[in-house]
Write a protein that binds this ligand. Structure first.
Ligand code: FAD
Ligand code: SF4
Length: 523
């Protein structure tokens, strides 16, 4: 018998990784979490997203923040990097998807998911400190007005969010875990959740799952990127694995550890390229399905900036404080950045709804000729974040793309099933124009989306989906990787259907279920 360093090594400390770390530690296992990003304390977060050094993760440009943009041929992906993964930059919203999610996709026939996951959604709510946003602000109220104007007033509601709403600015002892957790401070509704909460109010994973896991002995190794995984002895990994990693910041120092089990939790843009690389090299028996069935959540992000002289302050509130269910399959959420965060104005141009790129380009030029003052006011306004709302539109419509290793870039995408994801969704454009009328603004979008017609998504999912066997999926219904022992995928890549809503709660709940199936170490 080989003496192994750990029972489980977890690659990545986002939602899937953090749940795994706590639950495995509770079961008596010796756990190591390896995370390529940095540790962040409240004071480390930037005041605005103009501070690129503290905000963006782009190591080749010496930017070591926590927000990453990955440009692929069919989609631009936004994600989080750091101890706590996407929770550092996410907008705290925790919706439960509608039934369609549980009954479609490659996992549909494997379980009665809606029933099976119910208790785990409840646990996830409790662990993430979910509460209904107690206060609607200007951006939410504008969406409420929009809801009324389209006859959907009853479909508007305050969002359920992972934020501590004690007395604003007042620090109290752990209010969530009977004194075992860290102290928390009441939310000030500053709207800056996506550039990191500087007030200790956002329930990021380092304040719940990871914090509690550490109390039980789990180790967290930050600023290290896993580069390779090989089996020790038996080809199916039953004798354990060697995990090789190197420093992601500073001098490239290499090291390795061994473990009986391994959990891939690097998020889609971390786990899927790693699995694709391993399939080519050291783990050839991984399913051919690695990289398949990737979903963009069919979303579009459109920015509307008010040009009213006395515009309301749309930056106050929570990053996402409310949700409008626009139809059976679609949702709209008003998203905001805190005061001063105006970086995205450098990347946006007016949205034109047309099938052809040339007409979209001509349309943009035409708008500049027709409304020069309004457009220049939008771009150069002093209080951009205060005047701007990002309209996040999501749909459960199903279509998938495939992720592959690139020859020039690290990754590339191929169309796979259904319509190619588009940034130009007619319903989203229509809603943004109606919203524009309410706040007196013109819809803008990421220039890549507008010119190439591709979408930007903060909710990339799939690539290591569940299936009946290895010809239909990478993992089984308990997240076990086919053909390898003690190997799991627990992160957004396991999501096997389109939730059509923000997915972090579902990633948490599904990982809770997977971990509940692993026996305790003693047994
Ligand atoms: C701006 C923004 C706002 C969002 N708002 C919401 C919201 O309101 N509600 C919601 O539900 N979702 C939201 N999301 C999406 C949500 O953050 C993600 O769905 C979620 O974080 C994915 O969880 P995960 O477990 O897949 O991994 P992630 O949270 O993505 O974490 C993966 C971690 O693994 C690390 N990693 C990757 N590869 C390696 C490697 N090889 N070695 C070591 N470490 C590695 C990464 O650095 C990262 O920290 C938002 C996302 C963004 C970008
Ligand atoms: S609104 Fe401000 S204080 Fe509240 S969670 Fe978000 S960043 Fe923190």
């Amino acid at each position: 018998m080989l003496q192994l360093d750990f029972d489980y090594v977890i690659i990545g400390s986002g939602f899937g990784g953090s749940v795994s770390a706590l639950r495995l530690s509770e079961k008596g296992y010796k756990v190591l979490v390896i995370e390529k990003g940095k540790w962040f304390k409240s004071n480390d977060f930037p005041k605005t997203n103009w501070n690129l050094k503290k905000w963006l993760w782009q190591p080749n440009m010496k930017l070591f923040g926590f927000f990453k943009m990955t440009f692929l041929n069919h989609v631009t992906v936004l994600s989080g990097v750091g101890v706590g993964g996407g929770s550092l930059t996410y907008a705290n919203t925790l919706p439960i998807p509608k039934s369609n999610f549980f009954n479609s996709g490659s996992w549909a026939t494997l379980n009665n998911w809606e029933e099976e996951l119910k208790p785990h959604y409840k646990t996830a709510y409790k662990m993430l400190g979910a509460a209904t946003n107690p206060k609607l602000h200007a951006a939410d109220l504008a969406i409420k007005d929009l809801a009324v104007s389209i006859g959907k007033a009853d479909y508007f509601e305050a969002a359920k969010v992972g934020v501590y709403f004690g007395e604003a600015g007042r620090t109290v002892d752990d209010p969530y875990f009977g004194g075992k957790g860290p102290d928390r401070t009441g939310c000030t509704h500053c709207g800056a959740c996506m550039t990191g909460c500087r007030y200790n109010a956002k329930n990021t994973l380092d304040k719940n799952y990871l914090y509690l896991a550490q109390q039980l002995g789990a180790e967290i190794l930050a600023e290290k990127e896993v580069k390779n995984v090989t089996f020790l002895g038996a080809e199916d990994g039953s004798d354990g694995y060697k995990i090789e990693f190197e420093s992601s910041i500073g001098k490239k120092e290499k090291a390795s550890v061994t473990a009986k089990g391994i959990i891939f939790s690097g998020g889609v843009v971390g786990t899927v390229p790693l699995l694709l690389k391993l399939k080519k090299k050291s783990l050839p028996n991984l399913s051919e399905m690695v990289g398949c069935a990737v979903r963009t959540n069919n979303e579009s992000l459109i920015l509307v900036t008010s040009t009213n002289k006395n515009s309301k302050d749309f930056s106050k509130g929570l990053a996402i404080g409310s949700i409008l269910h626009t139809d059976e399959n679609s949702h709209l959420e008003p998203v905001r950045y805190g005061e001063g965060s105006a970086f995205f104005r450098t990347l946006t141009i007016p949205v034109i709804f047309n099938k052809y790129a040339l007409f979209r380009l001509l349309g943009v030029l035409f708008l500049f000729v027709k409304f020069p003052i309004k457009l220049l006011k939008t771009i150069f306004t002093k209080n951009y974040a205060k005047r701007t709302t990002v309209l996040l539109f999501m749909q459960t419509v199903d279509s998938t793309i495939r992720l592959k290793l690139g020859n020039i870039t690290k990754m590339r995408t191929k169309s796979e099933k259904g319509a190619i994801p588009t940034g130009i969704i007619p319903e989203a454009f229509d809603l943004s124009k109606k919203h524009g009328k309410i706040v007196n603004g013109i819809p803008f979008g990421n220039f890549v989306d507008v010119l190439l017609g591709t979408p930007t998504t903060a909710h990339i999912l799939g690539g290591a989906v569940m299936g009946e066997d290895s010809s239909k999926g990478v993992i089984d219904k308990h997240n076990r990787v086919f053909r390898y022992q003690n190997m799991f995928v627990c992160d957004g890549s396991m999501i096997s259907a389109n939730p059509g809503v923000n997915p972090a709660l579902s990633i948490t709940a599904i990982t809770e279920l997977a971990m509940s199936k692993i026996p305790t170490k003693d047994s």
